[in-house]
Design a binder for this molecule. Structure first.
Ligand code: MLT
Length: 210
């Protein structure tokens, strides 16, 4: 029996610097597979970039999972889509000979990255979560010993309350992840600070891996 991985429309750029861990780019609501390629090139020059498009449409806008309202997730759908993304990722890693990638997710993409960490510990080499929330009301117990996570939240984010980002940081830390959490003086949108902090954090990861 042949088991085929779930199909995700995606972009792939091979590495030009083999020392760099690959990046898994996960866009926000209304984005697509091209959205975060420029950010990926900027924060991890030379890294392989794997960038799937979310398979759910909300009023024509791609997302990685369904939601019932803003910030209220359809958690059964989130679990199923997270497992589909994990299967796609495993197949893409085998096809392209990739090491465990570091996820770089924004908003809805950061939320499914957090879900990937919790449901598939060890699959990601790390994660930069930009404006992420706690993905589950009752999060699964995960062992994430040593997994590096950068969490960048916005102090005036109208979608993600500060207490929610703090809860996510504590949850991941409690699971053993090495969490760096910075609250930036911004809203939900990305800023130059996100770019600089993500770039520096990824450079440090690479230094530590040498
Ligand atoms: C989500 O649905 O993942 C969050 O509310 C963020 C968003 O996509 O607006």
């Amino acid at each position: 029996m042949t088991v085929t991985a779930p199909a995700f429309v995606h972009a792939f750029e091979p590495a030009t610097d083999a020392a760099r861990p690959p990046l898994l780019l996960l866009h926000g609501t209304g984005g697509d597979e091209r959205d975060l390629l420029p950010l990926g090139r900027l924060v991890a020059p030379g890294a392989a970039l794997l960038s799937p498009r979310g398979t759910v449409l909300e009023n024509g806008m791609p997302r990685f999972f369904r939601r019932l309202a803003e910030g209220v997730f359809d958690e059964d759908d989130l679990r199923a889509r997270t497992d589909d993304l994990a299967a796609f990722l495993r197949a893409a890693m085998a096809e392209h000979g990739l090491a465990a990638p570091v996820a770089l997710g924004f908003s809805n993409g950061a939320n499914i990255a957090a879900s990937l960490l919790l449901r598939h510990p060890g699959l990601l080499g790390g994660a930069a979560l930009l404006r992420a929330m706690v993905p589950f009301r009752d999060p699964p117990a995960a062992r994430l010993e040593g997994t590096p996570v950068l969490l960048l939240s916005g102090a005036s984010d109208p979608i993600v309350p500060a207490a929610n980002s703090a809860r996510l940081a504590a949850l991941l830390q409690g699971a053993g992840a090495r969490v760096a959490h910075r609250e930036l003086p911004v809203g939900h949108g990305l800023s130059q600070m996100d770019v600089a902090l993500a770039r520096d954090w990824l450079a440090t990861l690479q230094e530590n891996a040498r």
